[in-house]
Design a binder for this molecule. Sequence first.
Ligand SMILES: Cc1cc2nc3c(=O)[nH]c(=O)nc-3n(C[C@H](O)[C@H](O)[C@H](O)COP(=O)(O)O)c2cc1C
Length: 163
Amino acid sequence: MDAFLAIASKREVREYAATAIPDEVERRILDAGRLSGSSRNTQRWEFAVVSGGAQERLAETVYAPANVRDAALVVAIVGEAGSFDVGRCAQNMMLAAWNEGVGSCPNGIRDAEAAAAVCGGEVKVILSFGYPARPRDPDSRPAREWSERANRKPLDALVRRVT
Ligand SMILES: Cc1cc2nc3c(=O)[nH]c(=O)nc-3n(C[C@H](O)[C@H](O)[C@H](O)COP(=O)(O)O)c2cc1C
């Protein structure tokens, strides 16, 4: 998929089909995180792939437990990385997933201590992934149209030319 089409057509997906994510797709999502740039290339992160009973317990630590409980893949970014680095890493993983037709959602953490106990370190963000329960085809519209339809502030309200 064209990179801008992936960016423009991506929306958070919170309801997932009961379809497993193939190992090679999971690996590509994680590799997209690994490849992310970070401050001075410090890479102060680990990716905890959370499943089974740990997934149930982690779901109880976020604001919207169903996002995590029902996901086909849950990845917690764990470690000392700063928020800018974590954001880049998370977005890389989510865009790589979307390129494979896999939806995703970041999850805010309600109980940081409990999340750290489950994942074995400070959890910066919890990402839930899965094939969307209601699939959306990025190719059904040009990127420009996805951009126009997005629930975002208009570009004119965001851009200032400083001379
Ligand atoms: C740091 C962060 C935390 C978020 N936490 C949650 C959350 O706890 N639950 C949730 O459903 N969505 C969460 N979101 C997703 C936002 O609600 C979403 O990015 C925003 O509404 C835009 O959604 P859209 O791309 O579908 O338009 C979070 C996003 C970020 C960046």
